[in-house]
Design a protein around this ligand. Structure first.
Ligand SMILES: *[C@@H]1O[C@H](CO)[C@@H](O)[C@H](O)[C@H]1NC(C)=O
Length: 223
């Protein structure tokens, strides 16, 4: 085969692989053994890896259901005390089915865009296990609600240590600096921080910050 025929074949093949990935993308809350950094719960949020840009990852997530609650505060740490308690009560049976629901990973925090000293609305979400993605128990506390994240492609930066307002802000700064340097387009109004460990865990901790990709992700070209 000539070189042009070869690359045309490659393009066709990668197109087909891409199509297959899209067609098989479902059941996105699954076995934690599929994710090396998800070690503390039986089920985790799964994704399709798209590409790697230096130390950043591009991932595709399907739409999934979460139980969420929000709190205005200056610091994530203060907001987290009340939001965590409300969500924990929901999974410990403060729901209309009266069921206990397993903890999953990650815990997602949607961070407000604000200056450090200002108040802002922090939203915390627990991922619903696979068996409750379809028939979801309704919260009995009216501050708690069920929320779907859309099907989305995201830029992800991972880091260790504890999830604090300042570690999250630093990670977002690094992520946006790297993305701006390559001219990647992303939504600035949605800032997700994801934590995979309980605050008690002293060992290998894994946290992530992510921005939602706008348009096509800025993956390195294949040749
Ligand atoms: C906060 O939660 C309430 C439900 O308790 C909801 O009505 C409101 O829209 C939420 N606010 C934000 C900024 O998401």
């Amino acid at each position: 085969m000539s070189r042009t025929q070869n690359s045309a074949t490659m393009m066709l093949l990668s197109g087909l692989v891409g199509l297959l990935l899209v067609l098989t993308a479902e059941a996105r809350v699954g076995d934690s053994s599929e994710l090396q950094f998800c070690t503390e719960t039986d089920e985790c949020l799964l994704f399709d890896p798209i590409c790697q840009i230096n130390d950043l990852e591009v991932r595709h997530y399907s739409s999934v259901k979460w139980v969420s609650t929000n709190q205005s505060s200056v610091l994530m740490e203060f907001a987290a005390m009340s939001t965590f308690r409300r969500l924990f009560n929901y999974i410990r049976s403060s729901n209309d089915q009266g069921v206990e629901i397993d903890m999953t990973s990650p815990v997602l925090v949607s961070m407000p865009q604000k200056n450090f000293w200002e108040m802002g609305v922090f939203t915390m979400s627990f991922l619903l296990p696979d068996k409750y993605q379809q028939s979801t128990p309704n919260p009995t506390n009216d501050r708690v609600y069920i929320h779907d994240t859309p099907d989305m492609t995201v830029y992800v930066l991972s880091y260790g240590g504890w999830m604090t307002t300042s570690s999250i802000n630093n990670a977002f700064k690094q992520l946006s600096t790297q993305l701006d340097a390559i001219g990647a387009k992303y939504r600035k109004d949605t800032r997700y921080a994801a934590g995979y460990n309980s605050p008690m865990t002293m060992g290998k901790r894994h946290n992530e910050v992510m921005f939602v990709v706008e348009g096509e992700p800025a993956c390195p070209s294949q040749d």
